[in-house]
Design a protein around this ligand. Structure first.
Ligand code: ARG
Length: 590
């Protein structure tokens, strides 16, 4: 079975040529790259860059080659016959330039249209994967950082699913067991002494409730003491305290759910509290292995290359964030038997995860080689900034309510939509659904299109601009393609079965080439877990379609109508697949 990626298919062909060219140099890995465009034009589609490094290796030996260009010539000459390649030429210091066969490009697209875009998915050699993302803390606000984790984590999960991972867990590691519960419960019972009266209504708005108890905690020493005692009572399992804890968790989860629902994100919750009973046995195992040491009254684990140890047990005997992650990772490896654990949080937590993974390696619970399975990866992201360049906050208060943020994106989209003539006659429901798809999609895309490691500035005007590199622009482009197909009056399903794609015009060929590069770009995006690579591809696809193909090639009514309608359909199909992977709901008419 041939791989979906063009690059990999070319690599196979060149592998054969390389072993014929330099039989004494085994296992030379073909270096194949797409050609960068040079001032608008391109010499070729791909290039093979092996000649230069090969020459460096063989120049002392009796090979008959006179320099890198002659090695390049030989590589080109020794290529086995292949339907992929139309022609090859050697340029500069020995680059082998490759022009793909346009017939082959066309056939790949035709095949994808008939058999489905899933045939362009790679097969990842890993079975059980967990993505730990979103993971807000109960009762504390779910802030924009958690929104980023939710958006990025969901996309990574979708990408892994597309790459045929057998089982994928989307884990919400809710912070449901912190010391913050002490003050919340103490405050709750001060207001409602009778446990019978403790319900969701009594808690009301959790952020208001949190703030009120925090004010007391910070100013009233007697209250602070009671709060600390409440933590102990909760942790020792006293029923009255557990009840209050459960109620607070329920209110908080319902609030998170509103965000997930708007974003169309599915998560399976296993909060920190789930691992309570696993903490003592995990610590005992680590202790037996000799990993746990005393340091300044705490019990800690030192790991290679880090001065500060991981605190397993605090000085007061209590457990912390790290303790829970030790137990949770043990569970994930031994009970859930995961091959790959991916944690999505802000980059600020890198050291925590570095220590955690190194501790497991020290214990022999993870392979020494970090690329070997089972493996763990921390996926970090930068801060969300406001226009002032500082941490993002809303104007009215110092916290940002995510639900309100998403509602505002939708509201703005709706206003813009209602100004258009095209929506006259739409039902109220259509307008709502479309505003949601565009608004929520825009929030996601604005986040995903930049390299996740950098900070990102939240700005409604930028993300909702219908002309820039935004989801709004992309939605319009996609809807326009759908409308071209609709207006042609042709049955596209019939055309897929019988029609042929021709790529005689330069812009048709450029579009065709970009389409068949989807698999390798997807693979690149996935292997580095960098969604912005996919966004860049999607934006370029829509630019090539709009500015080149659609500007210069008449579709409906032209002699090439069938072929061009199929190119429209292929573009829309690939765009929708990108939308799907980015968690964006496509709009078919606008
Ligand atoms: N609750 C944490 C926070 O808000 C994120 C948890 C990430 N997952 C984990 N297993 N530590 O920062």
């Amino acid at each position: 079975d041939s791989p979906a990626s063009v690059k990999k298919q070319l690599a196979k062909v060149f592998e054969a040529s390389l072993s014929a060219t330099v039989p004494d140099e085994p296992d030379v890995v073909p270096l194949i790259e797409p050609c960068a465009s040079k001032s608008g034009g391109k010499f070729a589609d791909y290039q093979c860059n092996n000649a230069m490094s090969l020459w460096a290796k063989i120049k002392g030996k009796q090979t008959g080659f006179r320099g890198p260009p002659s090695v390049g010539q030989a590589i080109a000459k020794n290529l086995p016959p292949s339907e992929i390649i139309e022609s090859c030429s050697v340029a500069g210091p020995g680059f082998v330039n490759i022009v793909l066969s346009k017939k082959w490009i066309a056939q790949r697209i035709e095949k994808m249209l008939v058999e489905g875009i899933h045939t362009w998915a790679p097969q990842l050699p890993v079975k059980r994967v967990l993505v730990d993302f979103s993971s807000p803390n109960i009762a504390k606000e779910m802030h924009v950082g958690h929104l980023r984790s939710t958006i990025i984590g969901d996309t990574l999960a979708r990408m892994l699913e597309f790459a045929c991972v057998e089982s994928l867990i989307r884990r919400n590691h809710l912070g449901d067991w912190g010391t913050q519960f002490g003050m919340l419960i103490a405050h709750l019972y001060d207001t409602y002494p009778n446990p019978e009266d403790v319900n969701e209504a009594a808690i009301g708005d959790l952020q208001v409730f949190y703030k009120a108890s925090k004010v007391r905690f910070d100013s009233d020493t007697e209250f602070k003491l009671r709060a600390q005692q409440s933590v102990v009572k909760l942790q020792s399992g006293e029923e009255k305290y557990l009840k209050a804890w459960q109620q607070i968790c329920d209110v908080s989860k319902a609030e998170f759910e509103k965000v997930y629902q708007r974003l169309g994100v599915r998560l399976e919750a296993k909060g920190e509290s789930y691992y309570n009973s696993l903490i003592p046995p995990t610590l005992e195992k680590l202790d037996k292995l000799g990993l746990i040491e005393e340091s300044e009254g705490a019990r800690v684990i030192f790991v290679e290359g880090v001065d500060i140890p991981l605190i397993a047990v605090k000085r007061d005997g209590g457990f912390n964030y790290s303790t829970t992650d030790l137990a949770a990772l043990w569970y994930r490896l031994n009970v859930e038997k995961l091959d790959w654990n991916i944690y999505v949080t802000d980059v600020g937590q890198w050291q925590h995860f570095d220590q955690l993974f190194k501790a497991f390696r020290r214990a022999g619970w993870l392979p020494k080689d970090e690329n070997e399975f089972p493996k763990c990866t921390h996926i970090g992201f930068g801060l969300v900034l406001g226009e002032d360049g500082k941490r993002f906050r809303s104007r009215s208060s110092d916290t940002v309510r995510l639900v309100e943020l998403l509602d505002e994106a939708k509201r703005r989209c709706k206003t813009a939509l209602l100004e258009r003539d095209a929506v006259k006659g739409w039902s109220e429901e259509e307008i709502e659904k479309t505003s949601e798809a565009i608004g929520y999609g825009a929030v996601k895309y604005a986040d995903l299109k930049i390299n996740r490691l950098t900070n990102y500035t939240f700005n409604f005007d930028h993300m909702l601009n219908d002309k820039g590199n935004t989801a709004v622009y992309l939605q319009y482009a996609h809807a326009r393609i759908c409308s071209i197909i609709r207006k042609s009056g042709k049955d596209i399903e019939e055309l897929k079965k019988s029609g042929n794609i021709l790529l005689d015009q330069e812009d048709e060929r450029t579009l065709g080439l970009h389409l068949i590069q989807f698999p390798e770009v997807f693979e690149e995006s996935l292997s580095n877990l960098l969604p912005h690579v996919l966004c860049e591809y999607l934006y370029n696809l829509s630019e090539i379609f709009t500015k080149k193909f659609y500007t210069n090639c008449q579709v409906v009514g032209s002699p090439e109508e069938t072929s061009r309608l199929l190119l429209c359909e292929a573009t829309a199909t690939v765009m929708r697949q990108c939308f799907y992977l980015l968690g964006i709901e496509p709009v078919y008419k606008l």
